[in-house]
Design a protein around this ligand. Structure first.
Ligand SMILES: NC(=O)c1ccc[n+]([C@@H]2O[C@H](COP(=O)([O-])OP(=O)(O)OC[C@H]3O[C@@H](n4cnc5c(N)ncnc54)[C@H](O)[C@@H]3O)[C@@H](O)[C@H]2O)c1
Length: 333
């Protein structure tokens, strides 16, 4: 049985609390939030702290779940690792390439603990099957790829949680907070991106600093071209779509399913587990990823998303920012 704590009891914490509650190998020992008003979000009998450092010092924890605003991911994770505690951290890895590199160094320099990052859509059944098809080479090489995230966020999304709209605390807007999963999957499926040309904008008209919309053309190391487009300015949350053309077939993920396009008709291949209700658009594989991470903590040889796996999406975001600012193509680190 592993003793876990959740730091940050905001919107995403329910996914972590639920996954912990349903996992017989994890015991929720403590929670932490600077806002005392949210203490009731944890089950009765679980210790509540307003200072995570005090919690790390007083509780005998095996793992902390970092569910905090983006700018706190690295410093809080670092403190936990230095206290000898494993970390399961929400995406994004960090708010800058420099911080992402420090996070990866932290993982490399402390092999006594593990760091997992919640880029859960890698574990969607649709993603796993498409990745299997691509890696097996059974339909030839990737010829092109496109990812699209046509979402909607009301202004209250930013006014109720102002950290989401500021560069310093969020790192960026739709890219860091919403569409990072798709950026991650584009390079997970088609390999590293070496060059891009991107353009960010604000179409919502809200009083925020960060971009709510981005479009970007991608050049992969393989020579393949791709397109990434994401916005929070749609009229509603529509399905994320990832289209991959292979030499011998066309595949599309949308509406939580993988389809093969055969003679113009979409033939369903695999369906994801999915959420229903208001937050249907959250990828539902966090619980699966958390379960795998804890099996790895038990010493099993189980794959999960490492800090080093999560770094590429931060480099893509940094390059898109630079390309948009200077209006030119940019090499990706
Ligand atoms: N994996 C996913 O699909 C997914 C979905 C949604 C959100 N997220 C991520 O989850 C994270 C949190 O997002 P959210 O929307 O839940 O944010 P939120 O603002 O709703 O919650 C953050 C919580 O952290 C608390 N907090 C702030 N500073 C703190 C500190 N120093 N110590 C303790 N608590 C502190 C706040 O009081 C708040 O309750 C972000 O990284 C976000 O990108 C991931």
């Amino acid at each position: 049985m592993k003793r876990a704590a959740v730091i940050g009891l905001g919107d995403i914490s329910f996914i972590h609390l639920g996954a912990i509650e349903r996992n017989e190998h994890i015991e929720l020992t403590a929670v932490c939030d600077i806002d005392e008003a949210v203490c009731g979000r944890a089950p009765a009998g679980v210790a509540f702290y307003t200072d995570y450092a005090e919690m790390l010092a007083r509780e005998q924890l095996d793992c902390v779940h970092v569910c905090l605003p983006h700018y706190l991911h690295y410093p809080v994770s670092r403190d936990a690792v230095l206290a000898g505690v494993n970390v399961f951290c929400e995406k994004p890895l960090a708010v800058s390439a420099e911080e992402a590199a420090a996070f990866v160094s932290l993982e490399r320099d402390h092999p006594e603990v593990r760091i997992g990052i919640d880029l859960q859509n890698r574990l969607n059944e649709s993603t796993e099957e498409l990745k299997r098809i691509i890696d097996a080479g059974e339909r030839g090489c990737v010829v092109g790829i496109r990812g699209s995230v046509p979402w909607y966020r009301p202004e209250s999304y930013y006014t109720t949680k102002p950290w989401r709209g500021a560069w310093a605390t969020a790192g960026s807007g739709t890219m860091m907070n919403q569409s990072i999963h798709t950026l991650d999957l584009l390079q997970f499926l088609a390999g590293p991106v070496v060059r891009l040309r991107g353009s960010m904008s604000q179409l919502c008209g809200y009083d925020i600093e960060v971009e709510d919309t981005v479009i970007c053309s991608l050049e992969f190391a393989s020579g393949v071209r791709g397109l990434f487009e994401a916005t929070n300015a749609n009229f509603k949350n529509e399905s994320v779509q990832i289209s991959v053309e292979l030499e011998g077939g066309m595949f599309i993920i949308h509406d939580n399913r993988l389809f093969e396009v055969v003679d113009g008709t979409e033939v369903p291949l695999v369906e994801d587990a999915k959420f229903t209700g208001e937050k249907f658009y959250y990828g539902a594989s966090s619980e699966k990823l958390i379960a795998k991470f804890y099996r790895a903590l038990e010493g099993e040889n189980v794959p999960y998303v490492h800090a080093s796996d999560a770094e590429a999406s931060i480099h893509l975001i940094e390059a898109i920012k630079e390309s948009s600012t200077f209006g030119r193509a940019v090499e990706v680190r």
